[in-house]
Write a protein that binds this ligand. Structure first.
Ligand code: DAH
Length: 340
């Protein structure tokens, strides 16, 4: 190869090797452009002696091709380096701690009620249990002394899952049965949970809501124990020494049964809109466990007795904060929820 052309190739190779993206463009002009030495050589071939013409021409063209492909290769390798650097820079380091600009959440007011009621009963010696939301007819009704076709079932129409056997529990009372099946007396338990009723929703009804069940069974439990525990609960939960009264009532699974009213905390018993001027607000149902319920779990009903109670978590929350529509709890409206 012609010495001059070989020198050009070597010089170009060195410069291309060290070029960055911008200088690469300049090198292209310098070695391959119109004014480049190689182009000049090709243009002036006519001045060369005939025997050299072809040789020089071929060599100059070859040199151009070599330089051109070196420039292309350098371009590709620069692009790859840039890409690798970018990937490296943008790679996420999952071991780093991140700041998440999301607002901190809190418990739903109904869940908070369940938690604080559970804590109060825990402090009174109760343990906390949970039962399944899908129950059989036996646990939800029969074992609680509510036989098939009994009118008491109308009060708790439910969602049946199959052939009238499996259903969504209508109350937390089946928790009593599960607990007594698993444990021998003494039993002292709270069963909070979600329950379902087949009914239309309005300001005070919802097809899904929450209850808190209570049960205590032992040898010498009396109505006085029930009264003491519930009065203590009311005073602690509402943080006021409100009066409590027991009104005779009827439930299939307790005998005698009672409904508990407490003095209206909004008017302190004077009468207002919330208590419909009566001065009293109904908060729960209770009674002494019916012997048939004890028999259903094979407890000796001559030896053991107990009390039970059940309350609605939404209702208690509404009373505590003066909320007048149960539907507000389920709308997920942050403006409402943020108040608690
Ligand atoms: N299970 C009843 C209901 O959903 C509430 C209830 C009343 C529970 C009296 C009890 C009780 O344990 O003794 O309407």
């Amino acid at each position: 190869m012609n010495d001059d052309i070989e020198q050009i190739i070597n010089k170009a190779a060195k410069e291309i090797k060290n070029a960055d993206v911008a200088s690469l463009e300049n090198l292209k002009v310098k070695y391959l452009g119109k004014k480049s030495v190689l182009t000049q050589i090709l243009k002036s071939l006519s001045h060369y002696p005939v025997e050299n013409k072809k040789k020089i021409g071929t060599q100059a063209n070859k040199a151009k091709n070599i330089i051109e492909s070196e420039i292309e290769n350098r371009k590709i390798s620069l692009r790859k380096t840039l890409f690798d650097e970018k990937i490296q820079k943008e790679k996420l380091d999952y071991s780093k701690s991140f700041y998440f600009p999301f607002p901190k959440g809190s418990f739903h007011p109904v869940i908070e009620t369940i938690q604080s009621i559970s804590a109060i009963f825990k402090s009174l010696g109760f343990s906390i249990a949970e039962g399944p939301e899908i129950e059989t007819d036996w646990y939800n009704f029969e074992a609680l002394n509510i036989p098939k076709n009994h009118p008491a079932r109308d009060m708790q129409d439910t969602f049946y899952i199959d052939e009238m056997k499996n259903l969504l529990r209508t109350h937390t009372s089946p928790g009593q049965i599960h607990t007594m099946e698993k444990h021998q007396p003494p039993v002292k338990v709270i069963v909070p949970g979600r329950v379902y009723r087949n009914e239309a929703s309005d300001a005070s009804h919802s097809s899904t809501f929450h209850q808190i069940e209570g049960l205590a069974v032992n040898e010498n439990i009396t109505f006085v124990d029930l009264k003491a525990v519930l009065m203590d609960f009311v005073h602690k939960f509402f943080e006021a020494k409100l009066s409590v009264r027991f009104r005779p009532s009827y439930f299939q699974f307790t005998e005698p049964s009672a409904e508990v009213d407490m003095q209206c905390m909004f008017c302190k018993g004077k009468g207002c809109k919330v208590c419909k001027n009566s001065g009293w607000i109904e908060i729960l149902g209770c009674g002494m466990v019916h012997p048939n319920v004890l028999k259903a779990v094979k407890y000796d009903s001559d030896k053991y007795m107990g009390y039970a109670f059940g309350m609605g978590a939404e209702r208690i929350t509404m009373l505590k904060y003066g909320i007048d529509d149960i539907r507000l709890f389920y709308e997920n409206d942050l403006q409402f929820l943020k108040q608690f």
